[in-house]
Design a protein around this ligand. Structure first.
Ligand SMILES: [Fe+2]
Length: 342
């Protein structure tokens, strides 16, 4: 089969029985795949980490860490969660299928292995893997774009990472689902991606923006949303990118949404965005200490700009030491805290 139209790829086999591991290995090597073999769960995880395979064939019944547990760990790790896992088992009961599915397995093969089934499953799952690799690459382009924008302004270095961390910490306190936390983390990271369209003369201006310049600056929300709309994997973060500058009292932008019209995730990112902006020096202002910044946020929440519950959670996280503390400096309150955000 070598030299046919089979897609090449790397397959990791994890099987404590060397005879059955060898049978699988010989078939896959004959089909042109690069094959690594591990003989227990722990070394299987290590082999996957080291070789970044396109597919894992995982025996279920192994001493120590069984296949279900290995599968669960692979699917819980952001680096390997998209790697297809096929559980290879002599078991074929509904309960095992359910446990395997709950562990995140993408497919099942029953021993003794039917070679035609093995080839069909491997070929199909590798095609899906190559497709998701392309999606990952597209998403990576956008993430790098966010980092590039950040790098244009030395005063905002690390802003995306900090926001993602702060926002996720609030999301955890609110017991958001893992899926919502993923969207929150990604959206916080990308919230200002639309600044790619803002000229340096405005983005980096040390002084106050004129009214016309501010109108241009506001466009980063709508431009960012449009950028994300082109990527299926980023569609869920569009509300965060568009609405992170809205205020509960309707004084924000771009849509002047009021109260509950602002979805929860953009509200969270809006609060941590102000917090980070206050605690970091910018060309047009000095930095506040975390305590002073939180006092500003509390004041703004009282005046109807931010969700007081979210500000309260941020304060509690800070007081319990769970919030990474940015470097403090001059605790001088600006006359208009909301104005630190552009
Ligand atoms: Fe922004």
């Amino acid at each position: 089969m070598v030299g046919t139209c089979q897609p090449n790829g790397t397959v990791v086999i994890v099987d404590d029985t060397d005879v059955s591991a060898d049978v699988l290995r010989r078939h896959l090597v004959a089909d042109g795949y690069d094959v690594k073999v591990a003989y227990d769960g722990a070394s299987g995880l290590e082999t996957v980490r080291q070789s970044s395979p396109d597919l894992v064939l995982l025996d279920v019944m192994m001493p120590g860490m069984n296949g279900f547990e290995v599968c669960r760990r692979l699917k819980a790790d952001p680096v390997t969660r998209l790697t297809p896992v096929v559980l290879v088992t002599t078991l074929d009961t509904a309960d095992d299928r359910i446990e395997g599915t709950e562990a995140g397995a993408d497919d099942f093969l029953t021993k003794p292995i039917d070679v035609r089934q093995l080839r069909a499953r491997v070929r199909a799952l590798l095609s899906v893997k190559h497709f998701t690799d392309d999606l990952d690459s597209a998403e990576e382009v956008i993430l790098n774009l966010a980092r590039t924008i950040e790098a244009r302004d030395p005063s905002t270095v690390g802003h995306c990472e900090r926001l993602a961390t702060y926002a996720t910490a609030i999301g955890v306190e609110l017991a958001l689902s893992p899926a919502e936390l993923r969207v929150l983390h990604r959206g916080a990271f990308l919230h200002d991606v639309g600044k790619i369209a803002i000229p340096d003369a405005i983005l980096l201006k040390p002084g106050r923006l004129t009214a016309d310049e501010f109108e241009i600056m506001k466009r980063h929300t709508t431009v960012g949303e449009l950028l994300c709309a082109d990527f299926r994997a980023l569609r869920s973060v569009r509300p965060i990118v568009r609405h992170h500058h809205e205020h509960l009292n309707g004084s924000g932008y771009p849509d002047g949404l009021v109260g509950a019209e602002i979805p929860l995730l953009p509200r969270i990112v809006g609060v941590v965005d102000v917090f980070d902006a206050l605690t970091m020096p910018r060309p047009y202002k000095s930095a506040l200490s975390s305590v002073a910044a939180l006092e500003c946020l509390r004041d703004e929440a009282t005046r109807g700009l931010h969700d007081p519950t979210l500000v309260g959670i941020l304060i509690a996280l800070h007081e319990s030491g769970q919030l990474e503390r940015p470097t403090a400096s001059t605790p001088r309150l600006p006359a208009n805290p909301a104005g630190v955000l552009r």
